[in-house]
Design a protein around this ligand. Structure first.
Ligand SMILES: NC(=O)c1ccc[n+]([C@@H]2O[C@H](COP(=O)([O-])OP(=O)(O)OC[C@H]3O[C@@H](n4cnc5c(N)ncnc54)[C@H](OP(=O)(O)O)[C@@H]3O)[C@@H](O)[C@H]2O)c1
Length: 281
């Protein structure tokens, strides 16, 4: 099995490459300097040389607020990147796996989002990622995930571990809910979907939905501190407001996996415990 992972230096990319190596796959890890997914001739050149069985696109411009100020860059990376990767996959017979996001939804639904609910992104980032899904074509595997945390890169767990050292109290919003998802669990499922060539949209998250306020309390508790140091605030009270709107409901029902009988990822508290233990030693 030869896999190419783009965005290989990102949070998900690093763990995905590691999981493929553990399985004995022939994995080619390409970070941004190894392959700019927005460069069509580079993408076609690399893929026709490597001729992989599967391409996993873990590359993206993920700076959600910055995307609001540079629409062209967001679409160049997040939408055109998948277009070139799809073209390369069709030329070489590779299976394309495109990683996507809860931000394709507007977050107004009163239940968890299923794969068949109609997307309606409210941010440039979300719109560019939805365009990337569509550019990936009908044969691709689309993996929508949410609130990604891992040992590499920036994420909420790492931010909280830093903030608890600096501040006596923390304020986080209690009106945005989602499922924290850990790359240690997400990466093996992405690999499985790639190996099995399961086409179509798949929601893949750890189980257990929380608000950011509740999640931060869990992280603080894992450090042995009193979660009462975390205060709940409303998104409307954030000063200054963030440039990109966030979905209030980001909870993704992993319905495609569940209905196909594929075991779901475990509750997020277990990988959270493991990650905090790893990070604080
Ligand atoms: N993080 C989350 O909470 C979250 C939630 C839902 C879905 N997702 C999705 O999950 C996937 C992985 O996210 P992540 O958290 O691992 O993000 P990440 O840590 O930001 O990794 C993305 C990687 O892509 C690289 N990249 C950016 N532009 C590129 C280009 N033109 N060509 C090649 N590589 C490029 C980045 O390199 P530089 O650092 O050098 O720019 C970075 O190493 C993305 O598709 C993201 O949209 C993430």
């Amino acid at each position: 099995m030869r896999l190419v992972v783009t965005g290989a230096a990102g949070q998900l990319g690093v763990d995905l490459v590691a999981v493929c190596r553990r399985h004995g796959d022939d994995v080619v890890a390409l970070d941004r300097s190894g392959l700019d997914v927005a460069d069509r001739s580079a993408v076609l050149g690399v893929m026709t040389t490597l001729r992989p069985d599967a391409i996993v696109n873990a590359a993206a411009w993920t700076a959600v607020d910055a995307c609001e100020g540079d629409v062209d860059r967001a679409f160049q990376v997040n939408a055109l990147g998948p277009r070139w990767l799809r073209e390369a996959a069709e030329l070489t017979g590779s299976h394309l796996v495109q990683i996507s996001t809860d931000y394709v939804f507007d977050g107004t639904l009163d239940r968890p989002y299923r794969e068949w609910d109609v997307p309606n992104p409210r941010s440039v980032y979300g719109a560019s990622k939805l365009a990337g899904e569509r550019e990936s074509g009908p044969d691709a595997t689309i993996v929508r995930t949410s609130w990604v945390c891992g040992a590499n890169g920036n994420n909420m767990v790492k931010t909280i571990l830093r903030l608890v050292e600096e501040q006596d109290s923390l304020s986080f919003v209690d009106d945005q809910r989602g499922c924290p998802t850990f790359t240690a669990d997400l990466a093996p499922m992405v690999r499985q979907l790639a190996v099995e060539r399961r086409s179509g949209v798949h929601h893949v998250t750890n189980q257990g939905d929380v608000s950011w306020y509740e999640f931060v309390r869990e992280v603080v508790a894992e450090t042995g501190r009193d979660p009462a140091m975390v205060r709940a605030v409303a998104t409307a009270d954030l000063q200054p407001p963030r440039p990109a709107p966030r979905p209030a409901n980001s909870v993704l029902d992993n319905a495609a996996l569940r209905l196909a009988g594929v075991p779901l990822l475990r509750h997020h508290r277990e990988p959270l415990r493991e990650l905090v233990a790893h990070l604080i030693g």
